[in-house]
Design a protein around this ligand. Structure first.
Ligand code: ADP
Ligand code: ZN
Ligand code: MG
Length: 491
């Protein structure tokens, strides 16, 4: 069988730490504090006998919100279950999770890879559980330490159907989910900090076959790049196995970053029997339609809809749309700027203004913000001033070189662009007689370049134009300078 005849099948299991004030079942701070171990702990999250858990309502709300944003069915009645296993980071000897009655089921998330048709991935379920503590392996030590600050932090688990068919799709889906979680503000979803953890289930099957192949689960995929790399590797590995006439073993594998390979961690025979049973210390969860609708009303415009709207409303290209969707604050700023343009302008003119605003925000403004690490209230340019700035470029009051100076000044002081231009005398010089004065001055000071140009050296003209630009601080249109220079020199 050749390679092209295999079809990869991928499903993801994703854990998300919810950003609540307190932990899932106690009032300890939701703060894994890695620098100071075991400070955010209490008898409940340490699993002392005789303690009772209390459900964090905000965590439940956040799971419902996520479920709704994923177009899931929200269960009107749900419950918690005990998942029993022994591990040093699990003080109770069981994890409170949800087994057969998850909060949300049967959802979907749509995403798009540039240049391809949109794809919809079905979400099997979204449920709520608690995080475990974390083990600390000190270098060289023959023991491990355990930090329970993370134990009991609310953890949302999302499971997808095996609907993805390439490593790139799995990566893009994960990134889309990450973006959605940030829009919903349910989690900071920082992968480096382990707030978003992805496990991938991968199998391959002959293209013609309906039945799915044996799946392998890869754990510890701690960046989107690794999600893609590890899945790609695993697909190739399984293809090799099948091509040799062997069978893929159902197992858990991990990603070895140094070697860029997946390595076996545990085979199916060693898989756990968790002996799930309903959590006896917690009442079932019951939700009213009103409550669910109240949460639904809090959901903001979501990335996918925003893309469609930005592209329809402003006729932006795909990359600009993506930029504004990912950089939500700048996207909102862009829309405020556009709303400042006169509504009764011609279509063409408005389109020019929008294009200019888009480009200046994505390039110049963004690099200023990054370079100077400016955020929030420290950002001084009002949308009104930015819109005016763009209009001054569009109607050619200022040229692009001057625009940079004006923007920097606006950025530093928050001043009105027309004031800056007036104070610093930066308007474009377009009056031919006035231009001629500068050109005559440059010609008389640069006789050598003038004669070089007369002898046919094109570079010399470029040099003279440069001199005019420097002399006038970029206030003369270089094309106009070129024409007048040539005329004056008589070539
Ligand atoms: P398990 O009982 O082993 O946890 P599940 O049926 O709960 O398996 O599925 C776990 C994840 O694996 C889901 O995301 C699902 O989409 C995915 N999955 C299931 N079967 C396959 C398969 N044959 N190939 C790839 N992914 C699969
Ligand atoms: Zn606690
Ligand atoms: Mg499972």
């Amino acid at each position: 069988m050749n390679k092209a005849e295999f079809q990869p099948v991928i499903g993801l299991e994703i854990h998300v730490e919810l950003k609540t004030n307190s932990k899932m079942f106690c009032s300890c701070a939701n703060d894994p504090n890695e620098s100071q171990a075991n400070v955010n702990v209490c008898p409940v999250c340490l699993g002392h006998p005789g303690t009772l858990p209390v459900i964090n309502k905000e965590a439940v709300r956040r799971v419902i919100k996520t479920g709704l944003a994923l177009k899931s069915e929200i269960s009107m009645v749900s419950k918690f279950d005990r998942k029993n296993y022994f591990y040093p980071d699990l003080p109770k000897g069981y994890q409170i999770s949800q087994y057969d009655m998850p909060i949300a089921q049967k959802g979907e998330l749509k995403f798009k890879i540039k240049g391809k048709e949109p794809k919809t991935i079905r979400i099997t379920r979204v449920h709520l559980e608690e995080d475990t503590g974390s083990l600390v392996h000190s270098k060289g030590a023959d023991y491990s330490l355990v930090n329970f600050n993370r134990a009991g932090i609310p953890l949302m688990e999302l499971v997808t159907e095996p609907d993805m068919s390439s490593a790139l799709e799995a990566r893009k889906f994960s990134q889309e989910l990450h973006l959605l979680l940030r829009y919903l503000k349910v989690s900071e979803a920082n992968m480096e900090k382990g707030q978003l953890r992805i496990e991938a289930n991968i199998s391959i099957k002959p293209k013609s076959s309906k039945a799915l192949g044996t799946k392998v689960e890869i754990k510890n995929l701690n960046s989107f790049r690794v999600v893609e790399k590890a899945i790609d590797y695993e697909i190739k590995r399984q293809e090799e196995v099948l091509k040799k006439g062997k069978k893929v073993v159902q197992e858990t594998r991990g990603w070895d970053e140094k070697k860029s390979v997946t390595v076996s961690q545990r085979e199916k025979e060693q898989a756990h029997d968790y002996r799930y049973f309903p959590e006896p210390d917690l009442p079932p969860l019951k939700f009213s339609k009103d409550k669910i609708n109240e949460i639904r009303a809090e959901i903001p415009e979501l990335p996918y809809n925003k893309r469609t709207r930005l592209s329809d409303e402003y006729k932006l290209d795909e990359d600009s749309v993506e930029f504004f969707v990912y950089n939500k604050d700048l996207g909102e700023y862009f829309e405020k700027v556009v709303s400042e343009f006169e509504p009764n302008l011609s279509k063409d003119k408005l389109h020019n203004l929008i294009t200019l605003a888009t480009n200046y925000i994505i390039t110049d403004l963004q690099s200023l913000l990054k370079e100077r690490a400016v955020e929030g209230e420290d950002f001084l340019i009002t949308p009104e001033n930015f819109a005016e700035f763009i209009s001054l470029i569009e109607n050619k009051t200022i040229l692009s070189k001057v625009a940079k100076t004006v923007l920097l000044e606006m950025f530093q002081t928050g001043a009105d662009p027309s004031n800056i231009i007036e104070e610093k005398g930066l308007t474009q010089i377009s009056d031919e007689e006035e231009i001629l004065i500068f050109i005559e001055e440059i010609i008389s000071k640069n006789q050598k370049a003038v004669s070089d140009f007369k002898k046919g050296k094109e570079n010399a003209l470029q040099f003279l134009i440069g001199q005019v630009m420097t002399r006038t601080k970029g206030r003369i249109n270089p094309e106009q300078a070129r024409k007048i220079l040539k005329k004056k020199i008589g070539v």
